[in-house]
Design a protein around this ligand. Structure first.
Ligand code: HEM
Length: 416
């Protein structure tokens, strides 16, 4: 029997070009306004359902039993079972294994622990801003948005300062795997088939090799960093395997870098696009934190994550069966007018409840680094306000060609 026609999404969400100039607001608005879920075909007989409303992103995020991260792949394209196993980090697993792995690192990212990083973050932000001001401007991404978050996460991990730029390069090359262009398979000395590597990118090999080198050093001589913790601690009486450790390292470098960098890049754009929200703002922590939160909602640095359905269920009136793929578009849910009044307005005093879903809709996988990311961005807002920095964007922003991250590659600014 032919399956009933499925209402389809009005845009090609599987194509990085769809996001070439940012979030496709009009298409997402029409999807939110259409009852039920909309289907996107990606190959013969395959495709995914899009979740675009806030309440449904929360519902899917919190139900790891019905919506699995371990079955299938959390990005839009399907990969083989052996590749899923080879790439798995905690973000690709379900409780209880996920819970045991997360416990290894969670104490380093509690709000209280994150307070301890404040001085170091402020120093990095101040150095970058002072250099930009002295130069009169430049590429905001290279000068501020990229070096601050990678510096912070590398400090936490224990990656030496001289290797920070290499981590930025590798992380960029990982994201390049979500663009439309194919990558050179043998870059970074890679010999593993790309289908077995995270993001299908040879940069994953580069990150794994680096993780092994640093892990060996910390095994021989542990210090107080997270890599020492990872290579020397045990889960259920066993040390992490090579694949578990290297994928853990890769997740932390990618997640701690790419996302905060995007929000910092968008902050510069927002200050120019929505000056009235920043005019007269004070450096008090609560005002700066509210501005930072609105930047995070408005930029939604991670566009989506996918889940696989494990049992028959109904979501938003659409019947789902085991094996179906649902994609949670955080970037759509964050502009749901049912939750955010006048959602396209950038408001310094937007109510924070219910929270936006840029860090996920809650539940087991809620962003481990949310407190850290919020603090980094809040400090950047404070230090810019304290210096009275006003920016002019002098050429159109270059967006990262990806349907997974809402990143900005280059943003030429002049400091006024
Ligand atoms: C504005 C910055 C950031 C955004 C928008 C962001 C967004 C996200 C999202 C959407 C998820 C998945 C949530 C889910 O599946 O429910 C996630 C997970 C994660 N994030 Fe972030 N993130 C940011 C910064 C960071 C930072 C600074 C770190 C550094 C430690 C980090 C580490 C992680 C990790 C390790 C996970 C996986 C958690 C798990 O599976 O249990 N993130 N993040």
């Amino acid at each position: 029997m032919a399956s009933p026609a499925r209402p389809e999404a009005p845009i090609d969400l599987d194509n990085a070009d769809t996001f070439a100039s940012g979030i496709p607001q009009a298409a997402f608005a029409s999807m939110r306004a259409t009852a039920g879920l909309l289907w996107s075909p990606v190959a013969e007989g395959q495709g995914f359902w899009s979740v675009t409303r806030h309440a449904e992103v929360v519902e899917v995020s919190r139900d790891t039993t019905t919506y699995s991260s371990a079955v299938g792949h959390i990005q839009i394209y399907d990969i083989d079972e052996d590749a899923i196993a080879a790439r798995a980090s905690m973000i690709d697993l379900d409780p209880p294994i996920h819970t045991r792995l997360r416990r290894l690192v969670s104490s380093a990212f509690t709000p209280r622990h994150v307070q301890g990083y404040e001085g170091a973050v402020r120093l990095r932000v101040s150095d970058c801003l002072d250099s930009l001001v002295a130069a009169g401007g430049g590429d905001w991404v290279k000068a501020v948005a990229a070096p601050v978050p990678i510096g912070v996460i590398c400090d936490i991990m224990g990656v030496p300062e001289e290797d920070h730029n290499y981590m930025i390069e590798l992380s960029d090359h990982l994201v390049a795997g979500t663009a439309n262009e194919p990558l050179e398979p043998d870059a970074y000395g890679n010999t593993t088939p790309l289908r077995m590597l995270p993001f299908n990118s040879p940069a994953a090999h580069g990150i794994f090799e680096y993780a092994r080198w640093l892990g060996q050093k910390r095994r021989e001589q542990p210090t107080k960093d997270l890599v020492s913790e990872l290579v020397n601690s045990e889960v259920d009486g066993e040390r992490l395997s090579d694949a578990e450790y290297t994928n853990f390292f890769r997740l932390m470098i990618f997640a701690g870098n790419e996302t905060s960098r995007s929000s910092m890049a968008h902050l510069a754009m927002h200050m120019v696009q929505f000056p009235e929200a920043f005019d007269g703002a004070e450096t008090e922590a609560d005002q700066a934190a509210a501005l930072a939160e609105e930047v995070i909602r408005y930029s939604s640095p991670i566009l989506y994550f996918r889940r696989t359905v494990t049992a028959p269920t109904v979501l938003s009136g659409t019947a789902l069966k085991p094996g179906d793929k649902v994609v949670m578009w955080y970037a759509a849910a964050n502009f749901d007018d049912a939750v955010f009044d006048d959602s396209l307005a950038f408001l310094a005093d937007r109510p924070q409840a219910p929270p936006n879903v840029a860090f996920g809709g809650g539940g087991a996988h809620f962003c481990l680094g949310a407190s850290l990311a919020r603090m980094e961005l809040m400090i950047l807002v404070q230090e810019m306000l304290a210096r009275g920095i006003e920016l002019e964007v002098v050429s159109p922003p270059v967006f990262v060609p990806s349907n997974f991250v809402n990143g900005i590659e280059e943003l030429e600014v002049v400091v006024q």
